[in-house]
Write a protein that binds this ligand. Structure first.
Ligand code: ZN
Length: 148
């Protein structure tokens, strides 16, 4: 038999599952009124907690979440189409520049500065389109984080 009073975990185990308690705990409970009172308190507390009704929200949470999901799914394709249009536009621009200056490609190796400038402009525009695409992706990600 335990000479000391039971600790909280032993009291709780006795209150909710007496069959799993050690023999010392059960013997102590048969003789100690203080520990019996603590067990009764735990049982009373548990009963009162179970009697509390589940909390109810003042609004329909699932409806609001669904509204957010529908709104975000409608906006997403428009942004995607815009990004794809920008990428396609940059590709067409590069192709156009290459086609326009294809006559001067032979002079490229001879050091013609017009072809070099056109090539540099095409690369700069391509990099600009890629950066715009990246900025739009990060903007869309941040807006998505703000909505939810
Ligand atoms: Zn005790």
């Amino acid at each position: 038999m335990k000479n000391k009073h039971l600790i909280d975990s032993e009291i709780q185990q006795f209150a909710f599952d007496e069959s799993e308690c050690e023999k010392d705990v059960v013997e102590h409970m048969s003789s100690c009124s203080l520990c019996k009172q603590r067990v009764e308190d735990y049982v009373l507390l548990s009963t009162s907690i179970k009697s509390i009704p589940d909390p109810a929200l003042g609004f329909d949470l699932s409806k609001r979440v669904l509204m957010q999901l529908e709104t975000s799914s409608k906006k997403k394709p428009l942004l995607d189409y815009f990004v794809y249009a920008l990428i396609t536009l940059s590709g067409l621009l590069v192709g156009f520049c290459v086609a326009c200056f294809s006559l001067f490609c032979i002079n490229w190796f001879k050091g013609n500065s017009t072809v070099s400038m056109a090539f540099i402009i095409c690369i700069a525009l391509s990099i600009l389109m890629i950066l715009i695409n990246d900025i739009m992706k990060s903007h869309r990600r941040k807006m998505k984080m703000l909505k939810f």
